[in-house]
Design a protein. Structure first.
Length: 256
């Protein structure tokens, strides 16, 4: 559900091109935007930062891939520990390291599995740092372009717009709603991709172990989808009421 951002443009006034054009109107021409048009407008702000978006998606794919490898490698290490424990009749005198670095084939395989698991974990840490840096840069660059487009639009809408729209609405649209747009667009791209990759990856991982367990894991999915859609529809009127109440409060503070 996109944030309740209602940038409107009075007909025939300030017709400019760009992501912010066509979505800032006065109350003189109340035309509700469809969700499809609103989404298209918001995702238009990704064009100036498409390079960072691509890099963030690549890092996300690598991070999830390493996470799945770590899960798989952990299972392999646990299985090898069981083999080493079953194969040894007595505890080695050298303690833990003698157990890991034993001369048997099982102990050698366990040592390799642990080293590989450590390498995957280290790589995941490096990619996690790169992800945070890239996501932060993406967020800051994107909000710069959003503010630039909206500020340019506010200079071109004409006096009729400012006569019809209260100061509180303009302030909220230019501040809080811009942050909501930024957060929504970034979440919609990266979080959606992350959910799809994680669900698909773990389903494939479960399929390699037990197809029946994988089938049972997807049974609640239709219920989750139905509940999410139902919750968003019930919450939308409340969110709109909160937004309008915020506009009134800001108007009272700024105009009195």
């Amino acid at each position: 559900m996109p944030p309740k951002v209602r940038f409107r443009l009075a007909r025939g006034e300030g017709a400019t091109r760009g992501p912010a054009s066509g979505f800032m109107t006065s109350d003189l021409s109340r035309q509700s935007l469809s969700d499809r048009r609103l989404l298209a407008w918001m995702f238009g702000f990704l064009r100036p930062v498409k390079g960072l978006v691509a890099l963030a998606c690549v890092l996300l794919v690598a991070w999830i891939g390493l996470e799945l490898l770590i899960v798989r490698q952990t299972a392999d290490a646990v299985n090898r520990i069981e083999l080493v424990g079953v194969g040894s009749q007595a505890e080695p005198s050298g303690g833990f390291w003698a157990w890991i670095r034993g001369d048997s084939d099982d102990a050698t395989g366990l040592g390799r599995a642990v080293l590989l698991l450590a390498g995957f974990t280290l790589g995941m840490g490096v990619i996690s740092y790169a992800r945070e840096v890239t996501n932060t840069k993406l967020s800051m660059h994107k909000v710069f372009h959003i503010r630039e487009a909206v500020y340019d639009k506010l200079q071109r809408v004409g006096l009729a717009f400012h006569d019809a729209v209260s100061t509180g609405e303009v302030i909220n649209r230019a501040l809080s709603d811009l942050q909501n747009v930024r957060a929504f667009v970034q979440t919609a791209v990266l979080m959606t991709l992350e959910i799809l990759l994680i669900v698909t990856g773990y389903l494939v991982l479960l399929m390699t172990r037990s197809p029946w367990v994988a089938l049972l894991s997807v049974l609640p999915t239709p219920f989750w989808i139905w509940y999410t859609i139902r919750f968003s529809r019930r919450m939308r009127p409340a969110q709109e009421a909160v937004m309008e109440a915020g506009d009134r409060n800001v108007s009272l503070i700024t105009e009195n």
